[in-house]
Design a protein around this ligand. Structure first.
Ligand code: SF4
Ligand code: SF4
Length: 337
């Protein structure tokens, strides 16, 4: 529409943040609404909690809506519903509808395999800001070697098509691992082809971060790529190279301006499946129990005291080199549903 300027969500967030100056504000939250999942990906960090005993302890629907009310009242704009596999909750659509009714911009991370016409039609009517689906392999064998779920490749592709047929906003993403490193660029090409086929803008993300499982076990690192292997993939693709260069210059600029490289506990927060409020999904060293306390108290009074070795001491702008930035920045991307 002419006359009305359009800005991306990211730009909006940046501008809004600048207005807030140094004040804390819970602009955006990631909520792991379950550790349930129908798949068992080899590198999954939540899979260890996909057990009946742990599922029993997850937040109920009334608890989720009560916490969501408090988050809304605190002014939060954006919620990302993730898991585990969020669609594995029978009440997923109720949770989603509740978030939309409260006016949040909602992103959903999913493995795509549980998508149905009913969910896709509901999304058509009340669209998410973004749907992110993991596509870790191109071809049944490589895909299912990672997901360990027979039939998951066909179901994932069917889910992707349900989204594309409805022209919903879609990002497909791949975690580069020892098992699929040779496929990443072909997956990217495939995604571009899907976009052309459906005349849709399908975004693509490549990540490489593998993190320990929530129970602390580190066997997942067997699948982690070396930094040189990630670099080689990035260097082979013009868009990846450009994206990396932009990321570097944005971070250098932030450091020069003395701005934080991390929004955890300042603008962003994370809630796990049991109602624990944390700085981010990658830092669960300390938590605030939202079952027994208020979101505002947790966000404004407790999160600021939570430690993160990755960001302390705060960098001195004029002294920080690009190598230092590499040490404190978030890893390239953790891809999760
Ligand atoms: S990575 Fe995602 S899809 Fe795979 S097992 Fe974990 S939650 Fe499920
Ligand atoms: S620096 Fe720490 S709190 Fe911030 S995003 Fe990284 S791990 Fe999370």
């Amino acid at each position: 529409m002419s006359g009305i300027p359009y800005i991306t969500g990211q730009d909006f967030g940046e501008r809004f943040s600048q207005r807030l100056s140094g004040d804390r504000f819970p602009l955006s939250g990631q909520w792991e609404i379950t550790c349930r999942c129908n798949l068992r990906c080899v590198m999954c960090y939540t899979d260890c909690f996909n057990t009946p005993e742990m599922i029993q302890q997850e937040l109920s629907f009334p608890e989720i809506t009560r916490i969501m009310d408090e988050i809304q009242e605190a002014g939060c704009l954006e919620l990302c519903l993730t898991g585990g596999e969020p669609l594995a909750r029978k009440d997923f659509l109720d949770i989603y509808a509740s978030a939309k009714q409260k006016g949040f911009l909602v992103t959903v991370f999913t493995n795509g395999t549980l998508l149905t016409e009913k969910i896709a039609d509901y999304w058509r009517q009340y669209p998410p800001s973004m749907i992110e689906i993991s596509l870790h392999g191109l071809g049944k064998d490589s895909f299912e070697r990672i997901t360990q779920g027979a039939g998951s490749y066909a179901r994932c592709l069917a889910g992707i098509r349900l989204i594309l047929e409805r022209q919903l906003p879609l990002t497909l993403k791949t975690t580069g691992m020892t098992l699929n490193q040779d496929e990443v660029l072909r997956i990217k090409e495939y995604v571009a082809g899907l976009g052309r086929e459906y005349s849709a803008k399908v975004q693509y993300k490549f990540g490489s971060d593998i993190r320990p499982r929530l129970d602390g076990s580190e066997d997942v690192y067997d699948y982690q790529l070396q930094a040189e292997q990630v670099h080689a993939i990035e260097q082979a693709d013009f868009e990846f190279r450009a994206e990396r260069a932009t990321q570097h210059s944005q971070m250098e600029e932030r450091v020069r301006q003395g701005r934080s490289l991390c929004w955890g506990g300042h603008r962003k927060f994370h809630i796990d499946a049991y109602g624990q409020l944390q700085l981010c999904s990658n830092n669960r060293r300390q938590s605030y129990d939202l079952r027994h306390g208020s979101f505002k108290e947790g966000f404004y009074e407790l999160l600021p005291q939570f430690p993160c070795p990755a960001r302390h001491p705060e960098p001195e702008p004029e002294l920080v080199s690009i190598d230092e930035i590499e040490k404190v920045r978030e890893p390239r991307l953790t891809i999760h549903d």
